[in-house]
Design a protein around this ligand. Sequence first.
Ligand code: PMP
Ligand code: GLN
Length: 380
Amino acid sequence: LDSRLPAVGTTVFTVMSALAAEHGAVNLGQGFPDFECDPKLLDLVNDAMRSGHNQYPAMAGVPALRAAIASKISQLYGHDYDPLTEITVTAGATQALTTAILCAVHPGDEVIVIEPAYDSYLPAITLAGGVPVTVPMQVDDRGYSVPWDRVAAAVTPRTRLIMVNTPHNPTGTILRRADLEALAAIVEDTDILILSDEVYEHMVYDGERHESVSRHPVLAERAFVVSSFGKTYHVTGWKVGYVAAPVALTAEFRKVHQYNVFSVNTPMQHGIASYIVDPRPYLDLSAFYQTKRDLFRTGLAGTRFTLLPADGTYFQCVRYDGISAMPEAEFAQWLTSEIKVAAIPVSAFYSQPRESGIVRFCFAKRDETLRLALERLASL
Ligand code: PMP
Ligand code: GLN
C-alpha cells in the first residue's frame, strides 16, 4: 500500500511503555495516572448502564453532558457556548483534534504548529492534505516560550489554522494573557482559525489561572477549543472529550464527526454528566497535582538533572547534560533499560531532528511510585 503517512512509525508512547514493561521500569514515560479514579464516578457509569443507557446517544453528545460542559466553561472562562449548536462530545481529545483539522483544512492549506508539539497534530494535518508550518519554541534557563514574532512571520495568504496547546505537553509551560493578546493580534482581521488543545486546563500551578482561548473574544469567535475527561478525571482509557466552537465551525465539525465516529459511548457520557455537576473534582485538581509536582521536583533537586519550570500539565522536563551526552531517544532508552525509570525524549515532539538534551517525566503517579523513581534517579 502506498502509505498516506510514510514518515510515521509507532508512537513514542507505545514504544516507551512497551520498553518499560520489558525492563520492569517505573513508567514515567507515557502520560497516564497509576491510581484509580473517584469510585463515585464508577458508580455513576454503572448506574447509567444498568438503567438502560446503552444504545446510540445523540450524535453530538448526551444533552445533559453538553449542557454541563457549557455551564462549566461559562463559569470558569466567561464564554457562553450554546450546548445545542456549539458543544460536541468526542472520543477523546485526539478525535476532536483530528476531526477539527479534517473539517477546517483544505488540501494545500497551511497550518502553523508550534514545536515541540503533541504527536497527533502533524499526521492529522498531513491526512487532510494540509501543509504543516512549524515554529520552534525558544528554550533557555527560564524554560520554554512561544516566539510570537516568529509565528507572525510564518503567516502567509495560505495559512488556514494556527494550533496552540496550553498547558503545554511536553514542556509544562502555560500561555498567559500576553500570549493570547499576541496571538489575537496575529489573527485579527484575517480568516485564520485557531485550534486550541486545552486537555490540561485543570492542572495549572502556583496560583496562576488557565488562560483558555475561550476567554478571549477575538480568539473565541474563530476557535475550536478541545478538552478531555481522561485527564481531568484520571480515566485516560475512557476516551471521552469535547470540542467547543462557534455555531458555524461546529456545524462543519459535526459533518465530519457524524461519519468519523457518529457518536461517543453512552454510559460514560451519562456518568460524567452526573459527576461534572460537582465542580470540586476539577477545581481541586491543580492542588492535587501541585503536591505531586513538588514532591517530584524536590526529589530531583538532589540529583544531577536540571529542572525546567513546570507551570502546568502533569509533566516535568529536565536537562540531563550533567549526566550524559547521549541523544535524547538513546538516553531515554538507556534510562529505561538500565536505571529502570522510563521517560519520553522531547525530540519525539519535533518534526525535524532536534536535540536539546531534555527528557519528559510524568508525575501523575502514586507518591510511592514517584519515590521509587527518585531513588533510582538519585543513583545517577
Ligand atoms: N492533546 C494533548 C496535549 C495530550 O497530551 C493528549 C493525551 N495525552 C491528547 C491531546 C489526547 O487526549 P485523549 O486521550 O483524550 O485523546
Ligand atoms: N498524551 C499522553 C502523553 O503525552 C499519551 C497519549 C498516548 O499514549 N497516545 O504521554
